[in-house]
Design a protein around this ligand. Structure first.
Ligand code: ARG
Length: 570
């Protein structure tokens, strides 16, 4: 569709220039003015003439009437002037041939674009805090971040995924105190991160009555900072255990990182940046702490060094950004975190700018809303912690139950349960605009008849099954379109490339999720209205099989962008 729109825009611009001598308008201008009418009866896309009215000195109605008269193009079946709009109707035959041809020849590459060629993007996402639970709050950054990575890759960018683990700070002092008091090697070897969390929670319980334990924790952390061998070894061990467990979850989600460089990685890189901040003349001492005053920008000060000289979260982020710029020469560095951290990012992005780095405007924060489960807010302190791995397991178990009941002889039952169970959670999460606060409901996410992951995966499997039974088809045969649902399906399929661009420009994977639902709905309508394998006419039958193959390709490519697996049978 995008190509057609571009071609039509060019032709309309030429027509306007011919109709209104002296008019200065380009195809690009026209392209940016196109709108989608609310009702398909009013055209596939439309040019509102209101904006043109001033420069052409005619009413929108007059402009639309004049331009439409005598305007023709092979891509269009007609163009109509209605109340100041030029409504454009794409020729079904043209679009069908072009779209289906493109999809079948391009296959896995259908929908890709080259806008990012030669550019590198660093994506900082997931980034859980080690020694604290990887709870559901991190689901958002993990799946949004990875989906953005796939979208960037699909658009030709070279992508670098960094897991900026929270692996440094006083919480490790607490962890070490707790381990030395109550932990054993056997227990941690056996229970992994769960064991670490139990110890961490016990620290907080007991410290409530013994506040001096916080001093002990600070002392242990200072020892760690000074390179004490015993503490360093414990710290490394805790991190190793945590990463190992995270990797199991990432594997389930089909996610990989290029680097697990957590906050501690930047320890030796910070002094130089603190010095640079000082030299820029923006470092102030406030009550013993070093800060950058941001009142001029309506923000609270950015804290750089505590009173005791230790560094803070922003200091590490600033150093990490400089390191990444020097190492990867990124075109963009994208951070995905909860909206609760928006101020933090705005503050240190500003500091980077004030330090004189001209790439400060290439730092992008992508925030997302909070998630509650069946209405209950999640939080480490409220005791309402749900671990991601538990939720994934619950979902997989439920899907296994459905399969046992409905299709007990399915091959690869375990794998399918895993792919559909995990997919349900991911799809549900990514169905909402990321900034919205959402309430999660597992039953709803698993409903095979709702707008869910299982429903769209089932649609994909349906395509596979039809193609399996069809045995083969003639890719080059002319299309014979006889039913309106066929044209609607093709038009929906043709929108994929522009949906990819839209999703990336807004950093919004839900554009893809919603698009997948549109494709599934259009395909299921077609499936319901048309006989495919039992169609009498050979050419009609071949066309319908081609449409099924094209749908499978588009769904598959779109699934890839939101980390949804493609089971061929459910
Ligand atoms: N570890 C942090 C958290 O769990 C997120 C880190 C995000 N990335 C960053 N560069 N600050 O809240």
């Amino acid at each position: 569709m995008q190509k057609i729109k571009t071609a039509i825009a060019e032709k309309l611009a030429n027509k306007i220039k011919a109709d209104f001598p002296g008019a200065e308008i380009s195809g690009r201008d026209i392209l940016s003015m196109f709108e989608y009418p609310p009702d398909p009866e009013m055209g596939d896309f439309a040019l509102p003439c209101f904006k043109l009215s001033r420069s052409l000195r005619r009413s929108p109605m007059q402009i639309a009437d004049t331009v439409v008269s005598g305007f023709e193009s092979p891509e269009l079946s007609r163009a109509e002037s209605v109340k100041g709009y030029i409504n454009l109707f794409v020729s079904n035959d043209y679009i069908a041939k072009k779209t289906v041809g493109d999809i079948l020849t391009l296959g896995d590459d259908y929908g890709k674009n080259a806008s990012g060629e030669g550019k590198t993007v660093v994506l900082d996402y997931s980034s859980p805090n080690v020694a604290k639970p990887f709870h559901l709050g991190h689901l958002g950054t993990t799946v949004i971040g990875h989906s953005l990575r796939r979208l960037f890759e699909f658009s030709g960018y070279n992508c670098i995924g960094v897991n900026h683990l929270g692996d440094w700070g006083t919480s490790f002092g607490k962890q070490i105190v707790a381990y030395k008091l109550w932990g054993t090697k056997e227990m941690i070897d056996r229970d992994g991160v769960d064991g670490l969390v139990t110890l961490y929670q016990r620290f907080h319980e007991e410290a409530e009555n013994k506040p001096e334990m916080y001093d002990d924790a600070r002392a242990e952390f200072t020892k760690l900072e000074n390179g004490d061998p015993e503490n360093t070894e414990l710290w490394k061990w805790f991190i190793g255990i945590s990463i190992e467990e995270y990797k199991r979850t990432y594997k389930q989600l089909d996610i990989e990182f290029d680097y697990y460089t957590g906050e501690s990685f930047y320890t030796d890189k910070m002094p130089a940046q603190v010095e640079k901040i000082r030299q820029s003349g923006i470092l102030k001492i406030d009550d013993g702490a070093s800060i950058v005053d941001l009142s001029e920008y309506n923000m609270p000060p950015c804290l750089i060094l505590k009173r005791d000289g230790s560094t803070l979260y922003p200091t590490r982020d600033i150093s990490a950004a400089v390191y990444r710029k020097e190492t990867f020469d990124f075109d963009k560095c994208v951070y995905v975190t909860s909206a609760g951290q928006s101020l933090h990012f705005a503050q240190w992005f500003k500091v980077v700018e004030l330090m004189g780095y001209d790439w400060a405007d290439r730092l992008v924060h992508v925030p997302y809303g909070t998630m509650s489960i069946n209405g209950a807010k999640l939080g480490t302190r409220s005791g309402n912690v749900v671990w991601l791995k538990q939720l994934l397991q619950m979902s997989v178990d439920k899907v296994r139950g459905v399969i046992d009941e409905k299709n007990p002889n399915l091959e690869n039952k375990e794998q399918v349960a895993e792919e559909v169970g995990v997919g349900a959670i991911v799809f549900n999460y990514l169905s909402n605009s990321r900034i919205k606060d959402i309430s999660f409901d597992l039953e709803g996410a698993l409903d095979f008849n709702g707008n869910t992951g299982p429903y769209v995966q089932y649609t994909y499997a349906r395509c596979c099954s039809i193609l399996g039974k069809a045995g083969g088809f003639d890719e080059n045969a002319e299309l014979t379109l006889t039913d309106a649902s066929e044209s609607t399906l093709i038009k929906t399929l043709s929108r994929f490339p522009e949906k990819v661009e839209e999703a990336l420009s807004q950093y919004e994977p839900s554009v893809i999720t919603r698009y997948i639902l549109d494709v599934a709905a259009a395909f299921n309508r077609f499936y319901h209205d048309c006989q495919i394998l039992s169609a009498k006419d050979e050419s009609v039958k071949n066309t319908r099989i081609l449409l099924t193959a094209a749908t499978k390709t588009v769904l598959g490519n779109a699934f890839g962008l939101i980390c949804l697996k493609k089971p061929e049978k459910i």
